[in-house]
Design a protein around this ligand. Structure first.
Ligand SMILES: [Fe+2]
Length: 78
């Protein structure tokens, strides 16, 4: 996203950061014996991933399909 100057990078990265914070909370609760379970964590993660892929990752894919990379963008060798 950064290498192609994706305009939604900050928002997208924020959602990833929020996910990591949520997962850290789950891990903390498991270690504290506060009722969080692996099944609950996996269920949350599964829902998050499906929603994220269907929305934000799809927006990124659509954007990439309609925009040329900036001249300064790095490219993989062909
Ligand atoms: Fe993503």
């Amino acid at each position: 996203m950064r290498s192609v100057n994706y305009p939604g990078l900050d928002r997208h990265a924020k959602y990833h950061s929020l996910l990591l914070a949520e997962l850290r909370t789950f891990v903390y609760r498991v270690h504290q014996g506060e009722g969080a379970t692996a099944v609950g964590t996996m269920s949350f993660l599964w829902s998050w991933l499906n929603l994220h892929i269907d929305s934000m990752d799809r927006e990124l894919t659509d954007w990439l399909g309609t925009h040329e990379p900036d001249s300064g963008a790095r490219h993989l060798p062909s």
